[in-house]
Design a protein around this ligand. Sequence first.
Ligand code: NAD
Length: 382
Amino acid sequence: MISFRLNNPTEILFGAGQIAGLATLVPAGARVLLLYGGGSIKANGVHDQVTKALSHVEVVEFGGIESNPVYETIMKAAALVRETGCNWVLGVGGGSVVDAAKFLAYVAPLDVTDPWEHLARGGAVTTILPVGAVLTLPATGSESNPVSVISNKGRHLKLPFAQDGARPRFAVLDPTTMASLSRRQLENGAVDAFTHVIEQYLTLPVNAPVQFGFSETILRVLIEWGPVLVEKNTPEARENVMWAANQALNGLIGSGVPQDWSTHMIGHALTALYDIDHARTLSMVMPSLLRHKAADKLPMLVRYARNVWGIEEEDEAVAAEKAIAATADFFARMGCPIRTSDMAEVDIEAVVSHIAEAGQLPLGEDKDIDADAIRAILREAA
Ligand SMILES: NC(=O)c1ccc[n+]([C@@H]2O[C@H](COP(=O)([O-])OP(=O)(O)OC[C@H]3O[C@@H](n4cnc5c(N)ncnc54)[C@H](O)[C@@H]3O)[C@@H](O)[C@H]2O)c1
C-alpha cells in the first residue's frame, strides 16, 4: 500500500428532512453567501427549506452558476462576497454549484492581480471561508472532497483545483431532492460516480484489499441501482446511488492506491471544447482508454471481470476484454454515448493541445499516456 494521510472532516447529514439541520450547522453570526445554479432549487422547494433553516443568520444570494461552473461567473460572486462581507459560503445544488462554492471560498479573499493564473500555478492560499453543501444531484462526491473543476471561458480551459481547507464542513444529502432530476441528469450522475471508482481501482495491483473490495461494492451497487434510478427514480435507488456517489470520491477508496484520472483529463478537454456533459465525455473515452492500457492494467482488469461482472473466462486477456465490453454496455444502458462521434466531430489535436496547455501531460498511473497515446485513444473512441 502507498503511504497516505486521510482526514475527511465533512459532517454528513443523510436522509429526508435533513436540510432543516442547517439551523444548527451554520453558526449564529454567520453572514452566508447562498450559491445556487439555474433555479431548479426554487422550483422543487429546496430553496424554501434552506432559507427557512437559515432564518437565524443573514443570507445573501447569488444564482446562475452554470453546469461546468465558469470562472468569470464565480468572480462576480467573489465581488459580492467582498462587498457584503459574507463569511460563510453555502452551495446548494449539484457538483457544479458545490465546486463553485469551494473555489469561491478561497478566490474571494485572494488579493492578487490574476487569481486564475495564481491558483493554476499552485500559488499560496491563506484565507479560506468555511463552506457547507446541500447536494441535489449525486455524481461528483464534491460535497465531501477538496476538488473544484472550473472552466475558464476566456482561456478555453477546464481545470481541477484542490484545496484541503475548502472541503465542506458539512454536507446535507437528502435523496428526496433528486425527485426533480431529469433522466439525463440521473444517467450522468450514476455514470460519473462509476468512472470515479474505476479511475481509483483499475490501476495497479498494490496490496489494498480493503480499498479494492470497497470499490467493487460501490461498482456493483451502481450497476444494480443505476438502471433502477434512471427507469423508475425510486426512493431506494435514490438513496443507494446518492450514498455510492459520495463514497466513490470522498478520499477513502483512493487512499494508498495508485490513481489514473486520464479519462477525466481527456473528458475535461472535451467539455471545454464541445460543451458536452461531463459524464458523457467520460463514457465516450473510458472504454477505448481501458483497451489501450489493457496490458498494463491486466491484473486489475481480471479482478474487475471476476469480482464485479462475474466473468469466469480463464484466458485473462479475454476476461479483461469482456469486462471492458461489459463496462461499455453499462454506459450504453445508462443512456450515455460510448463513441465520441455520437456527440461531436472531435478535433484530436485540439484535445491534445488543451491537455498539454493545462500542464497535465503525460497522464495515467504510469505517466505513460503521452500526446501520441491520447491521439490513439481518441481515434479508437471515434
Ligand atoms: N469536485 C469533484 O471532485 C468533481 C468530480 C467530478 C466532476 N466534477 C465536476 O462537476 C460538474 C458536474 O456536476 P454534476 O454532474 O453534479 O452536475 P451539475 O451540478 O452540473 O448539474 C447538472 C444540471 O442538473 C441541474 N440540477 C441539479 N440538481 C437538480 C435537481 N435536484 N433537480 C433538477 N435539476 C437539478 C442543474 O441545475 C444543472 O442544470 C462538472 O463540472 C464536473 O467536471 C467535480
